[in-house]
Design a protein around this ligand. Structure first.
Ligand code: GDP
Length: 321
């Protein structure tokens, strides 16, 4: 048995060491690692169970890690295995990734039915999204049937994550939702489910206010083409209130989308967009390395000696030759 075969075997048995090894290959920038990762991904076994892919977004401080920990444990109690991944392109700049600190979800991290992977520490949003896509396939092959993809809730990464998951959940904190707490309107519009966090103790009145505000905001939105009407729910990670309702809404969404064929259609669209992303990024890399002129032309464009489109034409015709 080769190392790679052992790794694939291990993953299919749900072995987290083997899974970790593959994800390390997936995250590597070395060409031989990338090739090995791609090879392994192609050989992975299809998951035995239907999988659920959920994007979870919310601004820092909203209670994401507390929610994911409490919710993850709840879902495990229902007989599932939960993987938590993160997309946070801001982390290389700020130096701290959203999942870098595993102690944030200590209990969940210790649970044998949970797998938590910190954010890859470098790379562009496109690169991070691509690695996350492959990592989703890997954790599913290791029988983690509920995949939570966490993101920071402040911008572009939500759009990338929406292209990786079945359902998008937005967390909001108690308080006035007048300005919708600085969350971009586009992000609220993407939500299939809005979850008000910290609905406990003194925060209950403020949580109710947020609930009302977001409910009216959601009412103004059109249901997505799939026919699902976005929901809003109240939860508390501290008292475990509302977690079951969140899981019910997710399973209801999945059932409905499964029955109408919308889920298959969504995943099919995502698969083709993955394919084209792959073509684009591979081609770009090849063009950049194949043409010796690239650097000279880049410099010439910078200096204004040649127009960008002229330089682009030359690079492409050089590559085609
Ligand atoms: P994140 O930055 O979005 O991951 O948020 P955290 O989960 O780290 O929580 C931010 C703060 O909100 C912490 O001080 C938590 O103790 C608090 N918090 C999180 N969940 C709850 C909750 O359910 N109830 C209350 N009262 N506080 C919470």
């Amino acid at each position: 048995m080769t190392n790679s075969e052992r790794m694939i075997e291990g993953i299919s048995e749900g072995n987290r060491r083997a899974l970790g090894r593959l994800i390390t290959l997936i995250e590597s920038t070395r060409i031989d690692h990338r090739e090995a990762a791609m090879d392994a991904i192609n050989q992975l076994h299809k998951p035995k169970k239907n999988t659920v892919r959920i994007g979870i977004s919310g601004v820092p401080g909203v209670g994401k890690s507390s929610f994911i920990e409490a919710f993850g444990l709840h879902v495990i109690e229902q007989g599932h295995r939960v993987a938590v991944l993160a997309v946070d392109p801001s982390s290389p700049k700020t130096g701290g990734s959203i999942l870098g600190d595993k102690t944030r979800m200590e209990q969940l991290a210790r649970n044998p039915d949970a797998f938590i992977r910190p954010t890859p520490s470098a790379g562009s949003l496109g690169g991070v999204a691509r690695r996350t896509r492959e990592t989703i396939i890997a954790v599913e092959a290791a029988s983690f049937d509920v995949v939570l993809v966490e993101t920071v809730g402040v911008g572009q990464s939500e759009y990338a994550v929406a292209d990786l998951v079945d359902m998008f959940v937005l967390l909001v904190a108690p308080g006035g939702g007048d300005d919708l707490q600085g969350i971009k309107k586009g992000i609220v519009e993407m939500a299939d489910l809005v979850v008000v966090t910290k609905c406990d103790g003194d925060l209950i009145p403020a949580a109710n206010r947020a609930f009302q505000d977001y409910r009216s905001a959601l009412h103004m939105l059109n249901p997505g083409s799939s026919g699902w009407i976005p929901k809003i729910l109240k939860t508390s990670a501290h008292s475990a209130e509302g977690l079951d309702e969140v899981w019910s809404a997710i399973t209801e969404f999945h059932k409905m989308m499964g029955e109408t064929g919308a889920l298959d259609a969504k995943r099919a669209d995502q698969a083709t967009s993955w394919m084209w992303d792959e073509v684009t990024s591979t081609l770009l890399k090849r063009i950049k390395t194949a043409s010796v002129q690239v650097r000279d032309l880049e410099a010439a464009v910078r200096n204004g000696d040649i127009t960008p489109s002229e330089a682009a034409q030359r690079i492409l015709s050089d590559f085609e030759r």
